[in-house]
Design a binder for this molecule. Structure first.
Ligand code: AHG
Ligand code: MN
Ligand code: MN
Length: 337
């Protein structure tokens, strides 16, 4: 008889014993992110029956319409982390200001940043959704973290990952020692190890971008996407287009099969759409840990110096060779291919 797959809790504790990197209360914190995922997945499974589709009628700090499920997912994250005492601060896409927990400091130095529901335009059509999280440490010995303590460079993350609510619920994380994926077995309510040490192919054949924005792009972005559609068997072109409207789902596909996801800057909006601290940085850490690359087009995502909690950034992420090609076009090094 084959071995029973490891549970998330067991795997993390076992890894922590092996790895120097996963120190302190990180295992508990990751298990609690898993708990948030179970709670949200349960709502999502019956969303059409519970009157939780549609919008709240409010606009969030990003200027975007708030879906009822955005609010529910955000409250679930906040409540779970308020109760467990495992972080001294948290920040969410849905909250203008961070929430500080002075009572948990200095016992815990971890701070959690998250996008509680990613791809929320998909809520009402039973399409994939996700959540993205990033963990950083507050190192000061003598003062409690303040709001600005959460805006940290991607290279300072000690853990990151995502929850994917697709045909199954998955938790994928890294603590800087590779990337591991777990699938929720709903029958027993446990995440079981399904994808150990994920490695992204160096090149793929899928591109994922909202091509409806084509006319808004700079010349280099247009030329790159045109290049992907040209027939050339040596470079396995044309690539296939795949875009779900959920960053987590699109990046997950690319993490497993290779390719590139792009949300580029636009002529009138050079900063792009996605948020640095709780979308781009955590996914960049995951993808780099799997051997891939994440770039703004001109620099590594994780080297971007954050100025604000909700700052946006252009994102090119995926297989290293594909992201390098896109950078070359965007930087005008390969005009016309
Ligand atoms: P969120 O739902 O957290 O605001 O994120 C939406 C993001 C991302 O999930 C997706 O890839 C992208 O925005 C979709 O944007 P467009 O509708 O502009 O393509
Ligand atoms: Mn998002
Ligand atoms: Mn969101």
């Amino acid at each position: 008889m084959g071995q029973f797959p490891l549970t998330l809790g067991r795997f993390i504790s076992q890894k922590q014993a092996d790895d120097q990197g996963a120190s302190g209360g990180l295992p508990g914190l990751l298990v609690q992110v898993g708990l948030v995922g179970k709670l949200i997945a349960q709502d999502l499974r019956r969303a059409g029956l519970l009157n939780i589709l549609g919008t709240t009628g409010q606009i969030n700090v990003q200027g975007e319409t708030v879906k009822k499920l955005d609010e529910i997912a955000n409250e679930t994250f906040v409540k779970v982390f308020e109760q467990n005492g495992l972080v001294c601060a948290l920040a969410s896409e849905e909250l203008e200001k961070p929430v500080l927990f002075p009572e948990n400091w200095p016992q815990t130095k971890y701070m959690l940043l998250f996008d509680p529901l990613d791809g929320s335009s998909n809520t009402d059509s039973n399409m994939p959704l996700g959540a993205i999280f990033s963990v950083v440490r507050f190192e000061s010995k003598d003062r409690m973290p303040t709001e600005d303590a959460l805006a940290r460079k991607g290279t300072e993350q000690v853990a990151a990952g995502y929850l994917l609510y697709g045909s199954s619920t998955m938790l994928v994380y890294t603590v800087g020692q590779g990337v591991h994926g777990f699938t929720l077995d709903p029958g027993i309510g446990e995440y079981l190890l399904s994808h150990e040490s994920i490695l992204i192919p160096a090149r793929g054949k899928v591109y994922s971008v909202n091509e409806g924005n084509y006319q808004k792009w700079a010349a280099g972005t247009k030329q790159y996407v045109e290049y992907l559609k040209i027939f050339d068997t040596a470079t396995r072109r044309p690539y296939s287009g795949r875009y779900s409207g959920c960053l987590v789902a699109d990046v997950h596909r690319i993490l497993l099969d290779g390719g590139i996801y792009l949300y580029p800057g636009e002529l009138a909006k050079p900063e792009g759409k996605l948020r640095l601290l709780y979308e781009a940085n955590p996914l960049a850490l995951v993808v780099e840990q799997a051997g891939g690359r994440a770039s703004t087009g001109t620099m590594r995502i994780m080297d971007v110096e954050p100025k604000q909690l909700h700052q946006r950034v252009p994102l090119l992420i995926g297989s290293s060779n594909d992201v390098r090609d896109a950078e070359e076009f965007i930087q005008g090094k390969r005009p016309g291919g």
